[in-house]
Design a protein around this ligand. Structure first.
Ligand code: AMP
Length: 230
């Protein structure tokens, strides 16, 4: 028998990573995934997969993403809701690039409530805008396993060969160019930065200086996440 309204509380440790494009959300999320057995959910990755697959959502999102604007809340929330329902998310997820608007944050609270779970920590990766264009224009990804690299800050040990999987096909994102970065930063400040206060008011916000070296930022995040997952 299903008990109306009685939800078993979830033990899932769900986390949000906030920060402008280039702050290192993807890099850090992948490291946390490995360290804590959580699943990284990047709405950017989900949308790029939808564009490649040519789905209805992908067709609608493509031009918006190329311009560096935000895809509609309706599309993004639907994509995230479907992905969160998959069994591998039951242990907890690291949300990378979602929520990006107050509407999305409120929708996320609703999705979490439906799962009997909540957001344990929202971590804001704090960086200077001026450094973001350099960070973004130098980055590339292994097409095989998705590991992220950077021409200056994180080059593979052997040029052109992925440290993780040995793959040799590297890709650069179409929206990782100087003009689009400006729009993406504008969208971040106008629509996403207010979420720092949103999570602060809920008592789950942590701030990290993400101008530091990748490993130093990872250590800070590890401390915060270790406390949040217990
Ligand atoms: P990202 O990979 O997180 O940098 O996202 C790449 C692009 O996908 C963004 O510039 C937006 O156009 C779109 N996007 C990703 N996540 C969201 C989101 N939560 N809300 C709206 N648009 C998004």
């Amino acid at each position: 028998m299903i008990m109306d309204g009685a939800k078993t509380p979830s033990t899932a440790a769900n986390l949000v990573l906030l920060g402008p494009p280039g702050a290192g959300k993807g890099t850090q999320a992948r490291m946390l995934e490995d360290a804590f057995g959580l699943v990284q959910l990047s709405t950017g990755d989900l949308l790029r997969a939808a564009v490649t697959a040519g789905t209805e959502a992908g067709l609608q999102a493509k031009a918006v993403m190329e311009a560096g604007d935000l895809v509609s809340d309706e599309i993004v929330i639907a994509i995230l809701r479907d992905r969160l329902a998959e069994p591998d998310c039951a242990n907890g997820v690291i949300l990378d690039g979602f929520p990006r608007t107050t509407v999305q944050a409120e929708a996320l609270d609703g999705l979490m409530a439906d799962l009997g779970a909540g957001i344990r920590a929202a971590i804001s990766l704090e960086v200077d805008d001026a450094a973001m264009v350099t960070r973004i224009s130098g980055r590339f990804t292994c097409a095989g396993c998705g590991e992220g690299y950077h021409d200056t800050f994180k080059a593979p040990a052997v040029e052109g060969v992925c440290d993780k999987c040995g793959g040799t096909e590297m890709t650069r994102r179409a929206d990782d160019n100087a003009e689009t970065v400006e729009s993406r930063l504008r969208a971040y400040h106008a629509q996403t930065a207010p979420l720092i206060d949103y999570y602060d008011a809920r008592g789950v916000l942590a701030r990290v200086d993400a101008m530091a070296e990748i490993d130093a930022v990872a250590q800070e995040l590890n401390k915060i996440v270790r406390q949040a997952v217990v």
